[in-house]
Design a protein around this ligand. Structure first.
Ligand code: ZN
Length: 398
């Protein structure tokens, strides 16, 4: 009969240790465009203090790294249960914080600071447990996986997909600790950002009838997206597990032109696609790209040889779905004593890459709430952190 994770301290010592670690983690400014190496080295040292080796997987410029560390009986490369978190946080620019965002503040019932909810609170819980675990008594390994640049499109996790694929058969499953209020989440939509740029010739508006107009082409693309959206709404595909049960293209920004008496030289369209798992985001994107570089470009080219349309994909967070009665979902829910049904969330996580691309059974479950993430005075409730420690240590791995 297996029991929870063997930890060499009392619950209250573990909780105090977790808050100390959270203070250190918040103190590293790991805004996505900055290096995460100071934080990674701190984690590496903390784990080494308990005899746990870390592997680092670097980005090309070696300014950032993913960290993978396995505790317990890792014979034959076993990875056991993976705890996954991203180390980066969103910028604080333009937000009005009541104190330094990178200094942890504790109130009676909350921990305040950038990243406390998303998702250094979860990472602090994982680190507190792993640095106190008696791994000789673990019967199943626990692997910590920390990534960089999640907030700008799961960049770090994408670099780990090849590595994670080699874990198949040696891994039980993965818990992604994004803030779900500790509910066990089994699905979310996918998200891609794209930029489409229309270019023509900047000329006197008197010549406008003879020239392509990039703004008009951009507006036509927006119209095309609008009619696709109506099809998604009325014809589907539909997925009633989500509050908004279909895919959607959001035209988020259109920027072009100078003034009324000049034919615009260019116009940029930034858009976001959010897809349900059964509706391939790549297909929606291919249709938009095809319309822009096909009919719309042809129309512009008919008036100017220099007219051009370029398409770029800026980010990709794949959708995530696992069967709610999958053995790993049941394993986690039973250990956590979950009574509510597995649920679905409207935000994206690395679970789509870990589950869909790397083939590792995954759930999303972590302390705090998404409404508290990315905000000024971001916080996580202390009882959520306590609940997270309880749940993680109750996994039957000892
Ligand atoms: Zn996050």
């Amino acid at each position: 009969m297996s029991s929870g994770i063997p930890v060499r301290c009392s619950d209250s010592e573990l909780y105090a240790h977790m808050l100390d670690i959270l203070g250190r983690l918040v103190g590293f400014d790991t805004t996505s465009h900055k290096s995460n190496l100071e934080l990674i080295h701190y984690v590496q040292e903390l784990l080494a203090g308990n005899g746990i080796d870390s592997e680092l997987h670097w980005n090309e410029a070696r300014t950032k790294a993913n960290l993978v560390a396995t505790a317990g009986p890792g014979d034959g490369g076993a990875r056991g249960v993976v705890w996954s978190g991203h180390t980066d946080v969103v910028p604080v620019d333009g937000q009005s914080w009541s104190a330094d965002p990178f200094t942890l503040r504790l109130t009676q019932d909350a921990a305040i600071g950038r990243g406390t909810a998303d998702m250094k609170g979860f990472i602090a819980c994982c680190l507190a447990i792993l640095s106190m675990t008696d791994h000789a008594r673990l019967t199943t390994p626990v692997t910590l996986m920390l990534t960089y640049e999640e907030e700008i499109g799961c960049v770090g996790a994408r670099h780990l997909v090849e590595e994670m694929r080699t874990w198949q058969g040696r891994v039980t499953g993965c818990i992604v600790g994004e803030p779900t209020g500790l509910d066990v989440v089994v699905g979310h939509k996918g998200k891609q950002n794209h930029r489409i740029t229309f270019t023509g010739e900047p000329r006197h508006a008197a010549l406008a009838p003879q020239l392509p107009n990039p703004i008009v082409a951009a507006a036509a693309l927006a119209g095309h997206a609008g009619s696709r959206n109506e099809e998604f709404r009325t014809e589907g595909p539909h997925d009633d597990r989500f509050d908004i049960g279909h895919s959607w293209i959001n035209i988020g920004r259109i920027d072009g032109g100078v003034k009324p008496n000049i034919v615009p030289e260019s116009c940029v369209v930034d858009l976001e696609i959010r897809n349900i798992p059964a509706h391939a985001c790549d297909d929606i994107a291919a249709d938009l790209h095809g319309h822009a570089t096909g009919a719309l470009r042809d129309g512009m080219r008919a008036l100017s040889d220099v007219a051009e349309v370029t398409v770029e994909q800026l980010s990709d967070t794949p959708s995530f779905a696992i069967e709610p009665d999958h053995a790993f979902v049941t394993f986690v829910r039973e250990a956590f004593g979950a009574t509510e049904d597995p649920c679905y969330v409207p935000f994206g996580t690395e679970a789509g890459l870990i589950c869909g691309h790397a083939g590792i059974p995954t759930v999303v479950c972590g302390p705090g709430f998404i409404t508290e993430a990315h905000t000024a005075d971001e916080f996580v409730a202390l009882d959520q952190l306590r609940g997270c420690l309880d749940r993680l240590t109750s996994l039957p791995l000892g």
